[in-house]
Every structure is written in C-alpha cells, then in structure tokens.
Design a protein around this ligand. Structure first.
Ligand code: NAP
Length: 261
C-alpha cells in the first residue's frame, strides 16, 4: 500500500513515523514546502518531496494533515492529477460534505481524527465516512488500527473527537507536568519525577483500556480508608480538579464551534 501524506508537520510526521514503525508493506510519500524540516525522516519507507504531485497517482490513500485554510490551494494543485482516490482528511472542522463538494464528488472522502501518539502506535483515532464510502472507510480504519485504536464515529461527533482525542494529548501532558512539579517539591529530580509520573499515567490508562471498568472502581483499589490517597484525591476535588478538566474540555469544544461559525 502507498500512503501519500500532504502536510509533513506535527501530525503528518507522527503518522509517517508510526506507519514506518508499526505497519508492514506500507510505503509513505510525505510532502511539505519547507523540505528541510523533514529531511531527517527520509528512509526506504518514507519518501519526502516538496511537490504534492510527486507520485500522487500511485497513492492508495491520500492523507491531508494541513491547516483548514490550506485545503483549497492543495486540492486545486492535486485534483487534476488524481482520479477515484481515497482522501482521508485530518483537517479540523472540514466536513465530509464540504470536501466532497471541493473534490467534485469524484473521490472517496473519509474524515480522520488521530493524535500525535500515532508515532508510538498509541493514537486514539476517530473515523467517519458516509454510507457510500463504507468499504474504503474500513480500509482506512484497518490502517489506523495499526497505529493505536481506531473507532468509527458519527460525523457529528468529530468536533468532540478533536477535543477529547487530539487536544486530549495536551491535557494529559499538563497533568504529567503538574505531577512532576509536585514530585520535585517532594524531593525527586526532574527526570525521575517525569519517568514516574509518565509511567503511572500509562499504567492507569492500561488498566481502563484492558479491564474496561469505570475508573472509580479502579480508584477503590488504590484508596485505603483513612489513607494518604483518599485525602489527596479529596483535596484535589475541593480545589476543582474534575470540574476544571470538564470546563476546559467544554471550552475547547465551544472554541471549535465558534471557529466554524
Ligand atoms: N497536531 C495535532 O496533534 C493534530 C491532531 C489532530 C488533527 N490535527 C489537524 O491536522 C492538521 C495539521 O496540524 P499540525 O499540528 O500537524 O499542523 P502543522 O504542524 O502546522 O503542519 C501543517 C503542515 O502543512 C504543511 N503545508 C502547508 N501548506 C502546504 C502545502 N500547500 N503543501 C504541502 N504542505 C503544506 C506545512 O509545512 P510547509 O509550510 O513547510 O509547507 C506544515 O508542516 C490541522 O488541520 C489540525 O487541526 C492536528
């Protein structure tokens, strides 16, 4: 399979690296204008180019990882050179319908919302496609399920997926940073605090992913009556821990809606 990634920035590069590490028999072409920035990623599996048209006719899946305002120019450039392709767009806020119109209904459009942990085979990718693109949607899902988990969702949930799955990486990293800072105050050096905080988050995530039980049930396993965990947790809640997360996630969600209107 050949995947053609247009927009070798943060997300595009993470996808290219993830594909090269975690899939078999998938080649990548990745493009951006400032090629210098991705020179180090060029390999047997990843070809890089500053031309979006480079070998695009050979692509099985074209992935768009560009900003919304770059979509029209990129499509104008590539459309005369492709026919009947699968175009998987990670562009936030750009609907399947608008992409179908922009591509004259001549291609299969799939919306994807991966995150940059695809680089480590750990993305939470949400995928949407219309009924008429079901077969190709399944192909895209197969690819992304090798880069982490890949779930099909209704398109109306895509803004929510952007916040929970893509922005969510930043929220989780901020938790790790805060835990590190506390760890340093308690006496750890920064590197050790980072390793402990990160591995603890990874372990907690593995428990919910593998056991599929509500986090609160798992918290019960850690909290001894009158112990140190419950007093810390309750103090965090008194200070608005869950409330601030919920409010932050909803603020990001409303911002996406505002940007579209
Ligand atoms: N970052 C994330 O975690 C994440 C997660 C999910 C979805 N997304 C979405 O993915 C898209 C990209 O986000 P990002 O964070 O990766 O942005 P980014 O780092 O700015 O990457 C965009 C890339 O597109 C390239 N580009 C711009 N115009 C181009 C053109 N005409 N032809 C080819 N390449 C072009 C830019 O490089 P040059 O200027 O060198 O061309 C840049 O490297 C956005 O729509 C974002 O909402 C991002």
């Amino acid at each position: 399979m050949r995947v053609h990634i247009i927009g070798g920035g943060n997300l595009g590069s993470a996808l290219a690296i993830g594909i090269s590490k975690f899939t078999k028999n998938v080649d990548v072409v990745m493009t951006r204008r400032n090629l210098q920035q991705i020179q180090s990623l060029a390999s047997d599996v990843i070809k890089i180019s500053s031309s979006n048209k480079f070998e695009i006719d050979k692509a099985d899946i074209i992935i768009l990882t560009i900003k919304p305002y770059q979509v029209d120019a990129v499509l104008q450039e590539i459309l005369p050179h492709i026919s009947q392709k699968i175009i998987a767009s990670a562009v936030s806020g750009c609907s399947i319908h608008s992409l179908e119109e922009k591509t004259n209904h001549a291609h299969h459009i799939v919306r994807i919302m991966p995150n940059i942990a695809a680089q480590f085979g750990a993305s939470a990718t949400c995928i949407s496609y219309s009924e008429s693109s079901k077969n190709v949607g399944t192909q895209v899902q197969d690819l992304f399920s090798q880069l982490g988990i890949a779930v099909t969702i209704e398109e109306k949930l895509m803004d929510g997926a952007t916040v929970l799955g893509a922005c969510g990486t930043a929220y989780a990293l901020r938790y790790i940073r805060a835990a590190m800072q506390a760890g340093i105050e308690i006496g750890f050096d920064a590197q050790t605090a980072m390793a402990i905080a990160s591995q603890t988050v990874k372990g907690a995530a593995l428990m919910t992913l593998e056991e599929k039980v509500h986090p609160e049930q798992l918290i019960d396993r850690v909290t001894t009556p009158q112990g140190c965990t419950i007093v810390g947790l309750n103090e965090m809640e008194h200070q608005g821990f869950s409330s601030s997360l919920i409010k932050g996630i909803k603020t990001s969600f409303h911002k996406i809606k505002d940007m579209k209107s």
